[in-house]
Design a protein around this ligand. Structure first.
Ligand code: NAP
Length: 306
């Protein structure tokens, strides 16, 4: 059997692609790693920025996406893709159990995972004052003290966003200059309730039931200090799950698959949707939008080759 399209990943991008693929009557399957759909949003306490579902939990929103796919009779296969091979125009996928699937096109929508700091307390307080997504969870820290760790665009934009909500925002960055674009940095520095801790790293995240403080070390002076915060947002980049595709599709220096809004990669018939592709805004809504664009691009490609 050669599928029209195989969708890899069942986060918002993959599930949106699945809905469009079923409605377009394409022969398709979705391969998901855990047998549980939703991707990263499963862990989001509350999603308040997806239109039409204010305050829904990430878990419930992903269940709704999945129900929609089930209603359209989408076929899900559980397994991890361990190899992609090209056989002329056909894409051959091998899963971790050795099973193989062939398709005319694939949509890679397997997302990215937030990079962790790997410090004591990080696992313990995840979801208990520690978050990897300020736009998802920032509202829970209204008028409270928080810290953002990182110095890239996401950290700086998160800190600006949080400065409007929170009483105090510390930004903890390991160097003495930001990686983020200057215009954002300038906007951040205008805020009186923001303090930047330069040349600093988090040594531990402390608390009893939820986050209460951070141990921070200045890497230049070697001095350690404790700062009291109610929340900490870690924004030290993402690790895209693109490792096994890297030799076939072009990726940028950070490992994101290079693709524009039409989701086309440098390889005809391979599309990248959601957090795994190069883009400015990684959100549920932009991932869902990518899924739609990907299947539209798939149809365009199939019309050309069929
Ligand atoms: P990023 O640009 O890779 O920045 C990650 C930041 O975290 C860097 O400042 C880095 O420090 C720091 N960091 C990395 N590992 C660390 C560790 N173990 N401990 C402490 N700090 C650590 O990631 P991002 O901010 O998530 O952005 C991802 C991509 O999306 C980037 O290409 C970004 O430009 C893009 N983006 C663009 C926009 C926009 O254009 N508006 C908005 C958001 C994101 P160093 O600086 O010392 O390396």
């Amino acid at each position: 059997m050669i599928y029209d399209v195989i969708i890899i990943g069942s986060g918002p991008a993959g599930l949106s692609a699945a809905i469009y693929a079923q409605r377009a009557e394409l022969k398709n399957i979705v391969i998901e790693k855990t047998g549980f759909s939703g991707g990263q949003i499963i862990n989001t306490y509350e999603v308040d920025n997806y239109p039409g579902t204010p305050g829904i939990s990430g878990f419930d929103l992903s269940a709704k996406f999945r129900e929609h796919c089930d209603k359209l009779n989408t076929t899900f296969v559980t397994g991890e893709v361990v190899e992609l091979k090209l056989e002329d125009d056909i894409k051959l996928l091998t899963l971790d159990d050795g099973s193989q699937y062939k398709a005319k096109t694939i949509v890679i929508a397997s997302g990215g995972l937030p990079r962790h700091l790997n410090v004591p307390g990080e696992d313990k307080f995840s979801g208990l004052g520690l978050s990897y997504c300020a736009t998802c969870d920032g509202a829970f820290f209204k008028n409270r003290k928080v810290a953002v760790v990182g110095g890239g665009d996401v950290a700086v934009e998160d800190a600006i966003f949080l400065s409007r909500i929170c009483e105090k925002v510390y930004v903890i960055h390991r160097r003495d200059e930001f990686r983020a674009i200057k215009s954002s940095v300038n906007k951040l520095l205008e805020n009186e309730n923001v303090t930047i801790l330069w040349d600093s790293v988090v040594e531990s995240i402390n608390g009893t039931e939820t986050v209460e403080s951070l141990d921070v070390k200045n890497v230049k002076t070697g001095e350690s200090s404790k700062i009291d915060v109610d929340g900490v947002f870690i924004a030290v980049g993402y690790i895209p799950t693109s490792q096994i595709y890297k030799d076939i599709v072009a990726t940028d220096d950070s490992g994101y698959i290079i693709a524009g809004e039409n989701t086309e990669t440098n390889v005809p018939g391979i599309f990248a949707a959601g957090d795994i592709r190069t883009k400015d805004l990684r959100q549920i809504i932009t991932a869902a939008s990518d899924g739609a664009n990907a299947i539209t691009a798939v149809e365009r490609y199939l019309n050309k080759i069929n």
